[in-house]
Design a protein around this ligand. Sequence first.
Ligand SMILES: *Cc1c(COP(=O)(O)O)cnc(C)c1O
Length: 231
Amino acid sequence: MSIKENVAEVRAKIARAAKESGRNAEDIILVAATKMNDAERVKEAVKAGIDVAGENRVQELLEKYEQGAYEGVPLHFIGTLQTNKVKYLIGKVAMIESVGSIKCLAEISRLAKKHDIVQDVLIEVNIGDEESKSGIPAEELEGFLEEAAGFENIRVRGLMTIPPIFGEKEEQSQIFCKMRQLFVDMSAKKYDNISMDFLSMGMSGDYEEAIRCGANIVRVGTGIFGARHYH
Ligand SMILES: *Cc1c(COP(=O)(O)O)cnc(C)c1O
């Protein structure tokens, strides 16, 4: 199937899942996870109507950015971010979805100030509590947000998570529901510079379930571009 057909199919599934959870398809943002797909393929996805391009690796982002791959859609950074690479992103990305440390936030805020912008970010939550080192553990999130509220040139727009891969569907739903509850809890608190607008969760294998559990950003790679070829 072509990228265009894939995007149409993903859109249809998003619409169905949104409806099942009492929302509209337009409330869900489709991020195409573009890693390992070249500029031409990314452009095809943009033309097919994705909402956002999501890139994982800074180097890859810079190459494709130069090639105009993302023209026409906002760009989100969705990968693990090293503090010393933040400087390459500021001014290019509409949102950094994967902030997982105060050190990283501080550097984003410092550089955003230099660029005279306020950078939108999501905080990555490690909800599965597995060995994966990326993301803030759920029980530390409240303290993290209190600290994050102090950074002038940052605006926290919500939460993001990459759940562990489970065989069991119920277990995966539980993780999404836990994340949803955390999102609701944090929304009830009022911090400066923080508005809980977005919950980013769900990838090709589970975005429909994520939407039914409250996600309003889904990040789909394989479902749009087909299997990635690692070499
Ligand atoms: C690759 C990736 C995705 C998309 O994964 P697929 O299973 O190919 O849909 C989503 N989020 C992040 C952070 C990714 O790295």
